[in-house]
Design a protein around this ligand. Structure first.
Ligand SMILES: [Zn+2]
Length: 106
């Protein structure tokens, strides 16, 4: 995803819609017609209002409702994301992230 997308993204919760925060873990620059822009590969998106976190995995922001994130393949992909970046993800998200953290799976 492009970094400027963050300027228009809001929390997908209908009862929240707050502006989101972005912490980039991996990105690369793309040259397009002489100007370069940052393409974000992996990042953590957090909502300061409702406390949710959302991952950017392989350039795609995963901003699904809680119940869809809590099951099956989506949950294992997002858990793998936390595992991959656990040295950089804030401890409170790892421990008691919303809708889940790394320790809540056991
Ligand atoms: Zn929110």
């Amino acid at each position: 995803m492009k970094r400027w997308l963050m300027d228009i993204l809001a929390c997908p919760r209908s009862d929240c819609r707050n502006k989101l925060r972005l912490e980039v873990y991996r990105s690369h620059n793309v040259e397009v017609e002489g100007s370069s822009s940052e393409e974000i590969d992996e990042a953590l998106i957090t909502c300061p209002k409702c406390g949710r976190w959302y991952p950017v995995i392989d350039g795609i922001a995963c901003m699904l409702p809680d119940d869809l994130r809590m099951q099956g393949r989506q949950k294992s992909e997002e858990t793998a994301f936390l595992e991959r970046w656990k040295d950089r993800v804030p401890v409170d998200i790892l421990k008691k992230g919303i809708p889940f953290g790394l320790t809540s799976q056991t």
